[in-house]
Design a protein around this ligand. Structure first.
Ligand code: FMN
Ligand code: SF4
Length: 678
């Protein structure tokens, strides 16, 4: 048996967990009709198969009708949930993983215009900034109703065969009672700490009465709200002791901070560029003080830190949640001594930011996550070995090379630069986004193991491609910034890439025109404003940087707001003209014939990329499919079989931004989806 601290079993009450790695509760917004159906089940089963000890399913599964999900959570208040949960639990159990579920009432952390349009309740009328609902102050009959809703939901989960449940007590209703910031009730549920905890203990007692002493029940709660007027660490410790001493809970799952604003949420769940494991010591202090089973997760992306968390006795179970979204086979790779093969979570937070926009949680660089029913995490070998030639070693080309290599094909990659990475290499020059380079570095290491032939510093032409005698050619040449969007003065502007690459020095009074709304504009603004320059970001959209999304915006704002930076929405850059040493920028509006003028010394335009597609069009007439992709076959996971030119000796495809400007996830998904069937 291994002596790896991470792989030692852990006994929680009667339950033996096979190792120390867990997936903490996270709602990927996969339910269908509020139920964990096929997509949901496949996601958890994939991770159970690969060895995770405990998967805490759902995230904020709702116990009551007046706690409508804001991003498609499981509806634990419906009886039909039992059957769906049971299927998932049984299948995960078949693979040796324990399964629990997080239950909650969101209180004010939702909206009244969802589902049944019931009023939102909370222990005060204070609004939560993130979800904006002004709540009804909770009444006695609400309290009685919600206590029994919790017990009903727990009983349903017990019937579904879960190994236990955890209650969510940070930012949601339970904690809204705890915190003086959100509870202005009178006794018995407001006032002293014991009064503020009363609702939680009433809920726990009701659950125990219904589910018995043996049922495992834990709490996921904040040990320190880190907010003026909120619960302090000292109070948090008192709560931890009270929870333990109540005899009503079996484990503590500790977080630190608050979630009522985007910045607070981002400190609680840190993203790339922020410190790893920032709250681990804090959780360890609670474990040391209480001597009680303690779980914790917050940006512990790598096995070494996770191992330290267990070996040092800070935690009993370490959460590696996004790490498991990036690589579901993480535990198997640890067991097999293949830690180097683990696809790293790079903290891009595409997963989490998407759910707040109403989308499904997808991993930036693992498109099979959440698509387990159609996309493989392990690429099967091809029956027929082919020669596959790829042009471009950005994210799309690198994924194509990796997948083709896994298929067992002979793969050649041409890249004009001296190293792989494309746009990602540019992004990762920013110290704060340095983790992005692992998207490329992991693929490069995998490709090297698979014997992919890289030809760097080679601007391949058609003859170079044909000389490899390919069966399949994949064009992944990406794009170049497109800045020619003005009625005059296109020659006077620079691109965001010019700034990021260092090719153009920042001006001192700069207008950034952002018509793409993605990271490039904000990265340029960050870099320019850091020099002390004044920066105005102008966008024709209603809000700025829509593609960057909520939590990813936080580090940018923390830099930009402390500098001389302004944002101007709903204005469009029309033209730029030289005026002495300066540039006169004319803004127009989609709302009417309005004009504004700006006098600056630099104009930066961020307007996405245009495909680099000459090679594709040159090769197209010689290919057997004339570049055509059968979309029905592609989306159904079937083999491509387009033949339009009997003379053609190879098939031709293009992927990623070489087709149209999109994002990293789209580029990598293009590659996986196509190449897995080549
Ligand atoms: C898509 C997604 C949804 C999440 N939803 C919840 C949730 O509903 N309840 C919860 O307690 N935590 C939720 N989390 C937070 C995770 O449980 C975990 O605390 C967080 O991701 C930090 O751990 P990690 O760095 O190992 O990913 C969510 C995380 C993600 C990525
Ligand atoms: S999207 Fe980013 S943060 Fe989320 S799992 Fe993937 S790599 Fe990690």
């Amino acid at each position: 048996m291994s002596n790896d601290p991470l792989l030692q079993p852990y006994k929680l009450k009667h339950l033996t967990l096979r190792n120390r790695i867990m997936i903490t509760s996270h709602e990927p917004a996969y339910p269908e009709d509020g139920m964990p159906k096929g997509r949901y089940r496949a996601y958890h089963v994939e991770r159970a198969k690969a060895g995770v000890a405990l998967t805490m399913t759902a995230g904020s599964a709702s116990v009551a009708q007046d706690s409508p999900p804001v991003f498609n959570n499981i509806l634990a208040w419906k009886d039909e949930v039992v059957g769906w949960m049971k299927q998932m639990v049984d299948e995960c159990h078949d693979h040796g993983a324990a399964v629990m579920i997080q239950l909650t009432h969101l209180g004010r952390r939702t909206r009244w215009d969802k589902a049944d349009w019931l009023p939102v309740v909370a222990p005060s009328h204070e609004r939560e900034a993130a979800h904006r609902a002004f709540p009804k102050r909770i009444e006695d009959w609400d309290i009685t109703r919600i206590i029994s809703d919790f017990a009903d939901a727990a009983e349903r989960m017990k019937a579904a065969g879960v190994d236990g449940i955890e209650l969510e007590a940070y930012g949601h209703l339970l904690e809204q009672f705890w915190s003086p910031l959100t509870n202005d009730l009178e006794a018995p549920y407001g006032g002293s700490l014991d009064n503020r905890l009363r609702f939680t203990f009433d809920v726990l007692r009701a659950i125990r009465a219904r589910c018995g002493e043996d049922f495992i029940v834990g709490l996921r709660y904040t040990g320190d709200q880190c907010q003026p007027g909120g619960m302090t660490a000292a109070e948090g410790l008192e709560v931890s002791h009270k929870l333990k001493n109540s005899g009503l809970v079996d484990f503590l799952n500790v977080v630190r901070g608050a979630i009522d604003t985007d910045p607070a949420l981002t400190d609680l769940i840190p993203i790339q560029g922020m410190k790893n494991a920032p709250h681990l010591d804090f959780a360890g202090e609670i474990r040391a003080a209480t001597g009680f089973p303690t779980f914790h997760a917050a940006k512990i992306p790598d096995v070494a830190t996770a191992r330290h968390a267990i070996a040092s006795g800070k935690l009993d179970m370490v959460g590696m949640t996004r790490a498991h979204m990036a690589d579901p086979h993480l535990v198997r790779k640890v067991i097999e001594g293949r830690e180097d093969d683990i696809r790293p979570c790079v903290g891009a937070n595409y997963c989490l930011d998407r759910i707040y926009q109403g989308g499904l949680a997808f991993c930036l660089h693992n498109p099979a996550t959440g698509r387990e029913e159609t996309m493989p995490h392990s690429i099967p070998a091809a029956a027929t070995k082919k020669r596959i030639t790829i042009v471009g070693a950005g994210p799309a080309g690198m994924e194509a090379a990796r997948v083709a290599g896994e298929r067992g094909h002979a793969v050649t990659v041409f890249e004009a630069a001296d190293q792989p990475g494309g746009q990602i290499r540019l992004t990762a020059q920013d110290e704060r986004r340095r983790e992005m380079i692992s998207v490329i570095a992991w693929r490069q290491a995998q490709c090297e193991k698979l014997g992919v032939d890289f030809r760097f510093n080679t601007f391949a032409d058609a003859a170079d491609i044909l000389a490899t005698n390919p069966d399949e050619v994949i064009i992944a040449t990406g794009g170049l910034p497109h800045t020619e969007v003005l009625s005059g003065g296109n020659d006077l502007v620079v691109s965001a890439w010019d700034i990021l690459s260092g090719d153009v020095k920042p001006g001192s009074n700069v207008l950034i025109y952002d018509d793409a709304g993605d990271h490039a504009a904000l990265q340029a603004a960050d870099l320019i404003s850091a020099t002390g320059a004044a920066v105005e970001i102008v966008t024709p959209d209603r809000s700025f940087s829509p593609e960057v999304m909520a939590m990813n915006l936080v580090p940018y704002m923390r830099n930009l707001q402390k500098r001389d930076t302004t944002f101007t929405v709903t204005w469009r850059l029309m033209s730029v003209a030289r005026e002495g040493n300066a540039l006169r920028a004319t803004l127009g509006s989609d709302y009417g014939d309005f004009r504004r003028e700006r006098l600056v010394d630099q104009v930066v335009v961020n307007h996405g990329t245009r495909p680099l597609d000459e090679l594709y069009f040159e090769l197209k007439p010689q290919s057997s499919n004339l570049g055509e992709v059968d979309y029905r076959a592609l989306t159904a996971g079937a083999v491509q079989d387009v033949r339009r030119n009997t003379e053609g000796r190879f098939r031709l495809f293009r992927i990623g931004d070489a087709v149209a400007a999109r994002n990293t996830h789209a580029a990598i998904y293009d590659a996986l989806r196509l190449v897995k069937d080549l």
